[in-house]
Design a protein around this ligand. Structure first.
Ligand code: FES
Length: 62
């Protein structure tokens, strides 16, 4: 995965920013939104963010 790819254009949040938030303890979309601001403007990226969270949580907790 390209961690430098922007997932949320509104807030300029990258895949890596989502991973950092998950590695810091966020496990839900709400927690990642709180930690990064991702998905808190137009919201079109929320499905993509949720997919990333699912992947990163699975990696973190395995
Ligand atoms: S692209 Fe993420 S809130 Fe708009």
């Amino acid at each position: 995965m390209n961690l430098d790819k922007v997932v949320c254009n509104c807030m300029s949040i990258t895949n890596g920013d989502i991973k950092d938030a998950v590695d810091s303890g966020a496990s839900t979309l709400e927690e990642v939104q709180e930690a990064t601001g991702a998905g808190t403007a137009c919201g079109v990226c929320c499905d993509d963010i949720q997919h990333l969270i699912d992947q990163f949580v699975a990696e973190r907790d395995k």
